[in-house]
Design a protein around this ligand. Structure first.
Ligand code: ADP
Ligand code: MG
Length: 252
């Protein structure tokens, strides 16, 4: 069975892309077949996977608009040993261009049906908004992973996201559920981070992953080399944390 995970949080800079790229590489390192779909016009997951968003010809934009088959957009075997559907700024126009399409929220889901049987895991890196692109991610997914920084406003945004997921479940995708909340860029010496983390656990219980992703400079550097951190510095705390997360997910 293929598992499709949307990595979502409408806040920017919480670690969605870092988690997408590094979890993809960590699951692939555990011999799983993995596809990463970049669904953000910023194309950070594309660059972080070693594909040049400036020069790539066919992207998720063409797939969503029906201008290309999904196989044409597929970048097979990135250096992280997973496959990639890339994105770039073309995708920013997709929302407006899709407005008259029938079932415009299900374009990605339909496209993925062509190839999903080839994968154990498909990860979707969503943009920092609750827009039509994210809706496509949520409709295509079986479950949602929510990366979050443990800071003061984190919990506030979380209730909007949880409500959106409920609405999507009611209207479009009855199987959708929250797979887990991932604490990212965590600094255990920060008292506020500890407090927010405690609140999260009180509120969401075992929906909070046991694995915590620490703040680690290697994780921030790796995209500059177009590599997951595992192949930039495999001994780093960041690399070890994402391997641990993959293990937690595989054992769930
Ligand atoms: P999002 O996709 O949610 O906008 P990113 O994954 O792009 O967030 O992360 C935002 C910034 O923080 C990036 O510069 C990234 O390299 C950095 N970053 C993410 N996670 C970590 C971490 N655990 N430690 C250090 N820097 C991180
Ligand atoms: Mg991102």
């Amino acid at each position: 069975m293929t598992k499709i995970l949307a990595i979502t949080n409408q806040k920017g800079g919480v670690g969605k892309t870092t988690t997408s790229v590094n979890l993809a590489a960590s699951l692939a390192a555990a011999d799983k077949c993995v596809l990463l779909v970049d669904l953000d016009p910023q194309g950070n997951a594309t660059m972080g996977s070693g594909t040049n968003k400036q020069t790539v010809k066919t992207t998720v934009y063409h797939v969503l608009l029906g201008h290309a088959e999904i196989q044409q957009a597929l970048v097979s075997g990135t250096q992280g040993k997973y496959d990639l559907i890339p994105a770039n700024r073309d995708l920013a126009g997709a929302e407006v261009e899709m407005v008259d399409f029938p079932q415009r929220e299900a374009r990605l889901k339909t496209a993925l049906q062509e190839i999903q049987h080839e994968y154990d895991y498909i990860l979707i890196d969503c943009p920092p908004a609750l827009n039509l692109l994210t809706l496509n991610g949520l409709c295509a997914a079986h479950a949602v992973m929510i990366p979050m920084q443990c800071e003061y406003y984190a919990l506030e945004g979380l209730s909007d996201l949880v409500n959106t997921i409920k609405r999507v479940r009611g209207s479009f995708n009855p199987v959708l559920r929250i797979e887990g909340l991932l604490r990212t860029m965590f600094d255990p010496r920060n008292i506020l981070a500890q407090q927010v983390s405690d609140q999260l656990q009180k509120h969401f219980g075992d929906k909070v992953y046991r694995t915590v992703i620490p703040r680690n400079v290697r994780l921030a550097e790796a995209p500059g080399f177009g590599l997951p951190v595992l192949y930039h510095d495999g001994q780093s705390k960041g690399a070890q944390a994402y391997l641990e997360l993959a293990k937690e997910i595989l054992n769930a």
